[in-house]
Structure formats: C-alpha cells, structure tokens
Design a protein around this ligand. Structure first.
Ligand SMILES: [Ca+2]
Length: 380
C-alpha cells in the first residue's frame, strides 16, 4: 500500500501549480455564520458551494474547496491556517476575507509523502509563532516563523536533522497540555532507525518551544519521547492528558496507540498487536486497506481518525474498561482523508487529499475541508 510509483511523482509535479486562486470563497459566508450565534441554523440550512453541492443534515457542509494537496489544519482565533504539501504555501481562511496564502515556507522539498506537512501555533510573549514540519533536500526539520500583520517572518530552525526521504516522513506537530512541542517522525523507509534511540526517525519527539530537551524527558538529553514507530501522523490528548498517536502500518495493521514516555511500539519487529512483553501493543488495530491513518483528534470522549487509504473518517471510543468500539463514516464518498480537527462550534472538520496523485482523479472541488456535526459521527 505504500509502494512508490513514478506515476505518482509525475502527477505530483504536474499538480504543483496554481493553488490559491482555486480556493473557493464558499467558506467565507459559511464560516461567518459559524462564528456567530446561529451555528446550528447555519449548518442545517442548505448552503450553495462552488461545486454545486448542498449541505443538509445528511451531507457535510463545504468549508472550502480548491486546496492543493493540503496536509494540516490549525485554528488561530477565528482564522484557519492550512498547509499545502507541495506548493509550501500556508493558506489563511478568515471570515469576511478571501482565502489567500500568507506566504511560502522557504527551503521546502516535496518528495512523495514529504514536503510541507504539520503546522502548530503558539502565542507567547506577545507574539504569534507558526510552527511547520517540512522536508528539505537533506532532512526533515521543524521551523517556526512569527506571524504578524498577515505575513510570515523568516523561519528559524527549531529542530533539524530528522531523517527524511521519499516516503514515511511522519510530520504531525502539536503542543501538549504541558506546553511542550510534540512531533511525529517516520522511519524514512529505513525501518531499523525506529529502534535506534540515537536516531530522530520513527519516533515521537518532545521538545521545548525553542527546540531544547525538556528536563523531564524519558531518556536524558534526548528529544525522543517514544520509539518503534513506522510513519505516525496523528497526535491527540484525551481529557486525562494522555497522549495518543496513530501509526501508518506497512501491509498488515494500522494502529491507534496510547503513548507512554519511553515506550517502544515495536516497529519493525512487530506490526500491530504482537503480544511481546518488550513492545507496547496498539489499543486498536485495523487492516491497512480500511484505514491508512493520518490526522487524529479527540473530542468529548471519542477519537476521530482521518483514513487516507480507507477513504473514510473513523470514530473510536477506546472504552478503558472494555473493548474499544469504532465505526467508520463516508466510506469512499469524499476520497482520501488527511486531517480531522474539532471546530469551536461542536462540528468536526475533515480535509480531503485527492489532489496528491494517489487517487485516480480528484473530484469536483478537491481538495476540500468539510464540516459535520459531531453527533452525526456517533458509534451507533
Ligand atoms: Ca506498533
């Protein structure tokens, strides 16, 4: 499922043109309504989009369309920022304003699943910082840029030297409830790096906002927080402050893991549940054709997972004292799903990834951010 085909690369290159102008203004009227008080009314009412779709109780609302290989969604007040993997633009969606690029992250090299990947936002010391995880010609790195007056400042490197390559680049960023920056890294198609504690590949990393090693990391002077991952792309914390992550498996099992400091999650010795005492098994595993997990979100006791390969959104209740319960939604209806984020109005936003050449042809309006009331994603 993760084979690299030159056809894909050609498709990626062909598509890496003309991005922002195709971003629909549809979200503007919708989002303006969402940030007001009449949220449920706005969502229940049919809403025309540039693609001719209409929103109804059974169909997600279109927040925006025409994105080019989007990867990560983050909220900054009432502004929404979206990374585009190959163009390296960060797109801003604001109520009452046209969608626009706030700038390109410099020095981005896009290769197969690498490029401009995860974003995170930090407000500190009167400044707004945009963090980005991206590939270069020689590594993957985490940079941060100030964001003021609608434009990005120059990047400063928070952490460089993360092994990268054409595939398995990880790339999710998130600030934890502890104020530390977490990053998922892939093994860059060199599986043995996942078990090497000295390598930054195939890990979940934990660092200070400036990139330093927190004094309470599990292994001394290392940013490695957990190891034995293959290509993790999702991070979320539950209401008890526990960290969870998805891992994109090889050809057998995809995983939802509860991450413990210093834990070893088994790759490449074990894929999925191996039952070996030296490795921590996933809480839930799926056959890879049903899942291919990227973004992970947690809201009101449930996880939501963006299924890339499975072309669906998953709802998961891990049910501490019993069997996890999970259910998928929208199978094949919107194509590949790259990210999921809870919106402030109680909806879940999910973002498609059909312009990346891994699917036969993008649908009308791809790629899109869609919005659905969370109670429509229930487990019953
Ligand atoms: Ca594992």
């Amino acid at each position: 499922m993760t084979g690299i085909r030159s056809k894909n690369l050609r498709e990626l290159h062909r598509r890496s043109i003309g991005i922002v102008t195709r971003v629909s203004a549809t979200w503007i009227s919708l989002l303006s309504a969402l940030v007001g008080s009449a949220v449920s009314t706005a969502l229940a009412a049919p809403s025309a989009s540039s693609t001719g779709n209409t929103a109804s109780h059974s169909e997600p609302s279109v927040i925006t369309s025409g994105l080019e290989i989007p990867w990560s969604i983050v909220f900054l007040g009432d502004e929404v920022l979206v990374s585009q993997r190959n163009t390296a633009d960060i797109i801003s969606l604001r109520p009452g304003a046209p969608a626009r690029s706030i700038g390109k992250v410099p020095n981005v090299t896009a290769r197969l699943d690498g490029g401009l990947l995860g974003l995170a936002v930090l407000n500190a010391d009167g400044r707004t910082w945009i963090y980005a995880y991206h590939g270069t010609a020689t590594d993957n790195r985490i940079v941060r840029m100030t964001y003021a007056n609608g434009s990005l400042g120059e990047p400063e490197v928070v952490l460089g030297g993360i092994p990268g390559g054409r595939g398995h680049n990880g790339g999710r960023l998130a600030f934890g409830p502890d104020g530390m920056l977490y990053a998922t890294t892939g093994e860059a198609q060199n599986p043995n790096l996942s078990q090497d504690p000295a390598s930054l590949a195939g890990k979940i990393l934990r660092m200070t906002p400036e990139g330093g090693v927190p004094s309470d990391n599990p292994s001394g002077a290392s940013r490695v927080y957990s190891l034995g991952h293959r290509n993790p792309q999702g991070l979320a914390w539950d209401e008890r402050g526990r960290l969870w992550s998805t891992d994109f498996g090889d050809d057998a099992w995809d995983e939802l893991n509860r991450i413990e400091a210093g834990g070893n999650y088994g790759w490449p010795t074990v894929e999925g549940k191996g039952g070996k005492p030296s490795y921590i098994d996933p809480i839930v595993q799926w056959r890879t054709q049903e899942m291919g997990p990227s973004g992970l979100a947690y809201k009101d006791g449930k996880f939501f997972i963006a299924g890339i390969t499975g072309e669906r959104v998953w709802t998961v209740d891990v049910a501490d004292d019993g069997q996890p319960v999970f259910k998928s939604h929208f199978i094949g209806q919107h194509g590949r799903i790259r990210d999921v984020v809870p919106a402030s109005n109680g909806n879940l936003w999910f973002m498609t990834n059909n312009t990346d050449g891994r699917r036969k042809a993008p649908g009308p309006g791809d790629d899109r951010i869609l919005s659905v009331p969370i109670d429509k994603l229930d487990l019953e």
